[in-house]
Ligand binder design. Structure first.
Ligand code: SF4
Length: 381
């Protein structure tokens, strides 16, 4: 029995995978062995979800790009004096949402730069006013780093900040800013950010307050396979303690305009790496973190996203209207895919598209509406 056979068998029996096991899965390079691993992950996904592949109709709101930090992968941030620095007012944020309601959005994802001139109260007002103006919209807002930023500015505890936001209408939080949860990597990649323990503490505080989060991994830059594996095991440990992660989202590094890539000549990860991450995540998390998102189309394109649906992913993410952060780093796959196009691409791969809410409740569709929107985009559902 080969090493990969043994690891796949361990996963199928529900045994724990070690860091070395995971690193071995992530590093598979042989075509035949890759196919075997993808097939095992696909079978596991189908056992849990059948042919269903979910998506969410969401809008991004990145209200400012002014940021005091200088993460090595980020070309979204600006200093205040730069010509294209911007800050949106509360009214502009609400207008932005109102202008996109006709797309059928059910979620607004709110994240911004860490801007000392944005008053602390703005965060609470933005959530409160969004929920007041659009009660049916789920507010998915503020990374653990933004919670840490509010903590630094006020001295308020994480629990207090999260509870205030929850009371204001926060529905869930993006588990972004995780990057790679290994401090030696963070010190070289984003040394102004919270370190790994603090990231986990904030996320677990949110989970204990009833605020679920996503979990993410931004990979393919300076980390080793071992460190990538360690990151996945840290996410697994949090999930075992709280059960509060809704899904695992992989965010491949976009090298094109990332400062650290320019300085060090780094490339974006290869497709094989993104498929290996999809399959390894499914084989590790199994039904304990049951939703694995496809490779982010905004970073890698829809072709690669749908390819990962055959490697263990059961969700294709969002329509992501107006995404700015990946595009700033050089991703060139657009900022919006209509729901009808997502549905068509999912069907073309032999799966059944299902619209979901942020928290993975199914949204039932009126077939006539679907047909109407597909005709609008010239797509055969
Ligand atoms: S990733 Fe976020 S915190 Fe880091 S520089 Fe960019 S905007 Fe700032």
């Amino acid at each position: 029995m080969s090493e990969i056979d043994r690891i796949i068998e361990s996963s199928s029996k529900g045994d724990d995978l070690s860091r070395a096991d995971l690193a071995a899965l992530l590093a598979v390079g042989d075509d035949g062995v890759c196919r075997q691993m993808y097939q095992a992950a696909d079978e596991l996904k189908r056992a849990l979800w059948g042919t269903r592949v979910t998506y969410v109709v969401n809008l991004n709101l990145n209200w400012t790009n002014v940021c005091v930090q200088h993460c090595g992968f980020c070309n979204f941030r600006r200093s205040e004096h730069e010509a294209d620095a911007y800050r949106m007012t509360l009214d502009q944020c609400l207008d932005h949402i109102a202008r996109h309601l006709s797309y059928g959005i059910t979620e607004v994802t709110i994240q911004g730069g860490l801007d000392l001139k944005t008053p602390v109260e703005f965060y609470y007002e933005l959530v409160h006013e969004t929920k007041r103006a659009f009660p049916h919209i789920h507010v998915h807002a503020f990374s653990p780093e933004e919670i840490a930023f509010l903590h630094e500015r006020t001295g308020d505890s994480y629990a207090h900040i999260i509870e205030r936001l929850r009371t204001a209408g926060l529905g869930s939080m993006p588990g972004t800013a995780a990057e790679i949860l290994v401090d030696s990597v963070r010190q070289r990649l984003c040394n102004e950010k919270v370190m790994s323990d603090e990231w986990c503490e904030i996320v677990e505080t949110a989970h204990r307050a009833g605020v679920r989060t996503t979990s993410t991994m931004m990979y393919g830059h300076i980390e080793t396979m071992d460190e990538r594996a360690e990151h996945l095991l840290r996410l697994q440990a949090v999930q075992r303690r709280t059960g509060g992660f809704t899904e695992f989202i992989q965010l491949p590094f976009v090298a094109t305009r990332a400062p650290i890539a320019i300085r060090r000549g780094l490339q974006s990860p290869q497709t094989r790496e993104t498929m290996n991450v999809t399959a390894a995540a499914r084989l590790l998390f199994r039904d304990k973190l049951p939703h694995i998102q496809a490779v982010a189309w905004v970073k890698r394109g829809l072709d690669e996203a749908v390819q990962s649906l055959h490697c263990g992913a059961d969700d294709i993410g969002g329509t992501l209207i107006e995404e700015r952060i990946s595009r700033s780093a050089g991703a060139c796959h657009g900022s919006y895919v209509p729901a009808a196009e997502l549905r068509a691409r999912i069907r073309r791969e032999g799966f059944t598209p299902v619209e979901r809410t942020t928290l993975y409740n199914v949204i039932e569709h009126d077939a006539s509406i679907n047909e109407e929107s597909s005709a609008l985009f010239g797509i055969n559902l």
